[in-house]
Ligand binder design. Structure first.
Ligand code: 5GP
Length: 138
């Protein structure tokens, strides 16, 4: 399948639809997941038209995983999370629903389950407050 320029994350990168941005550099962007599995659920994407891990330029991948590490550390502080889950899905058979490469960063606490993937839209003002919290911990 060829990369589709009209996918939702391509639109976020182009600023055509709103998102709560946490951090960006030349090669990658971190922003809040609109349907978080737990508070603080953040996505990191390359500024490169790749559907998944298998077709991304390695330079962009290197930046994206470095940003993922940096944001994970900030989320750990901002959400006082003893555990951090990083997830990355490739292909619909693996559960991928948006076909622009992304890493999920999900703070985890003992005894707190996370919600199902991509189900409940969060209030944008709550997402913005969470993004601010993470930015303050960067
Ligand atoms: P995937 O299933 O492809 O690994 O994950 C896609 C993620 O994108 C899901 O966690 C879903 O909640 C999130 N998502 C879907 N649409 C939007 C959107 O319009 N904005 C943001 N910020 N996240 C989205």
């Amino acid at each position: 399948m060829a990369y589709a320029d009209d996918n939702i994350f391509a639109k976020i990168l182009r600023g055509e639809i709103p998102s709560s941005r946490v951090y960006e550099n030349e090669h990658s962007l971190a922003f809040m997941d609109a349907m978080p599995q737990v508070p603080g659920h953040t996505l990191v994407i390359p500024k490169y038209p790749a559907e998944n891990l298998l077709d991304v330029d390695p330079e962009y991948l290197a930046s994206t995983i470095q940003v993922t590490q940096r944001i994970a550390a900030a989320i750990k502080v901002a959400f006082d999370a003893p555990g951090i889950m990083v997830a990355q899905l490739n292909g619909s058979a693996a559960g991928q629903t948006v076909f622009h490469l992304h890493f999920h960063i999900i703070p985890r606490h003992d005894g707190i389950e996370f919600k199902l993937h991509a189900r409940d839209l969060e209030d944008p003002s709550v997402l913005e407050e969470h993004a601010q919290r993470i930015r303050a911990a960067l």
